[in-house]
Design a protein around this ligand. Structure first.
Ligand SMILES: Cc1ncc(COP(=O)(O)O)c(C=O)c1O
Length: 389
């Protein structure tokens, strides 16, 4: 029996080995590994690819989030609203930047913390403040910002989220780590917020040969602040204006990512084709909810994730697939408000029933661009055999 992997990075590398080696060889020969033209050229290419003003290369998606939160002016203990159903780093970045994550629920169809969810929370929790402005608190924590997460490759409606957040004086940072190339109303992440943070973790839609990340912003002062923060808070060598980090994108990564960026459009097209075929094949299956894109969204399907109703059925499907050599994953099995790391750090969370339910029901199927049509047929046949019975 031939197995179908959940993803296989070696296939992609095999299509571009020579280009990658040609791109990094001059760097190896020059031994110039820190910043320099490799990084600034890739930053320019990345910003240009999505029609954005500025891009700042950093060491990971997590650091992209931390630096964006610090540059947003997050003060110790201040609360930042974040969905509970996402990867750990969307919220740990808030704690690492000195703030406090305040968890909200997500929408069961899109898996996203939508403007409606944010609006409902703010209406319920906002009270008249000491000055002119009303304030939103959770426990002792003044809410200052929002972490919008574009999960699985689908964007939140940022224009509407911005309207809601602004009306309560809140800033936004976008976690676009899973959504490079995604659009909403034909606009990329980063236009209705302080910044959008990306990850180049190897398995991401645009993945490096190790860790890497990027922050995009339309605000030149914000971009300059990030440039300082990523090199120890310093603009001029050995002069430090503030506490900073060692959070630079490696030159080697930048060269490899420059090569890969030129292929991203084709990879996204293939991901969308595979997802469209899954959606078509599973349309009539009972007890499932498919990741049909929200209106106005260009979904880039970092994950093809569906929901399987019924106690234990998702786990039985995973076993069924694995017995047939088919890879699948669960992103994510535990909601963040139940993670031990946040115990005691996070003020009382209201019930988040959708996040809890999604952790029991979601399953992600293979959707990487190099998956063959035959392999996808095998996945479709197996899922239909299990769910159609
Ligand atoms: C939604 C989300 N946020 C943040 C991150 C953190 O990115 P990194 O692993 O590059 O630090 C990831 C990926 O790992 C992610 O999927």
């Amino acid at each position: 029996m031939i197995s179908v992997p959940f993803f296989d990075l070696t296939r992609q590398y095999a299509t571009m080995e020579k280009e990658i080696l040609d791109a990094i060889l001059p760097l190896l020969r020059s031994q110039q590994f820190i910043l320099g033209p490799a990084v600034s050229e890739f930053e320019g290419q990345f910003a240009h690819a999505f029609g954005l003003s500025r891009a700042v290369g950093v060491s990971s998606g997590t650091d992209a989030l931390v630096l964006s939160l610090v540059a947003s002016g997050l003060r110790p203990g201040q609360g930042v609203l974040v969905p509970s159903f996402t990867f750990f780093a969307s919220a740990s970045a808030i704690s690492l930047a000195g703030g406090t994550p305040v968890f909200l629920d997500v929408d069961p169809a899109s898996f996203l913390m939508t403007p409606e969810i944010l609006d409902r929370f703010l209406r319920e929790e906002t009270r008249p403040g000491p000055g002119e402005r009303p304030v939103t608190r959770r426990g002792n924590h003044l809410i200052s910002g929002v972490m919008a997460v574009h999960l699985y490759g689908q964007m939140v409606d940022m224009e509407e989220l911005y309207r809601v957040a602004r009306s309560h004086g809140l800033w936004i940072v976008e976690d676009a780590c899973q959504s490079v190339g995604a659009r909403h109303s034909d606009r990329p992440p980063g236009l209705f917020s302080n910044a959008a943070a990306y990850s180049f973790f190897p398995t991401k839609n645009l993945g490096g040969a190790g860790d890497g990340g990027m922050v995009t912003t339309e605000n030149p002062d914000f971009a300059d602040h990030l440039l300082r923060l990523r090199v120890h808070g310093s603009r001029k060598r050995y002069e430090h204006e503030e506490m900073g980090y060692n959070a630079r994108l490696d030159a080697l990564q930048a060269r490899i990512l420059s090569v890969k960026l030129s292929r991203l459009g084709d990879w996204t097209t293939r991901r969308r084709e595979l997802a469209g075929r899954y959606n078509e094949a599973f349309r009539d299956l009972p007890g499932t909810a498919l990741p049909v894109p929200q209106p106005e969204c260009l979904h880039v399907y970092h994950q093809y994730t569906l929901r399987i109703d019924g106690e234990g059925r998702r786990d039985s499907l995973r076993t069924f697939l694995s017995e047939r050599g088919i890879g699948s994953e669960v992103y994510y099995p535990i909601p963040l408000h139940r993670q031990e790391a946040f115990a005691g750090l996070v003020p009382g969370t209201s019930p988040l029933p959708v996040s809890e339910r999604l952790c029991r029901e979601v399953i992600s199927l293979p959707v990487f661009p190099e998956l063959t049509d035959n392999e996808q047929e095998r996945v479709i046949d197996a899922v239909r055999a299990f769910l159609g019975r």
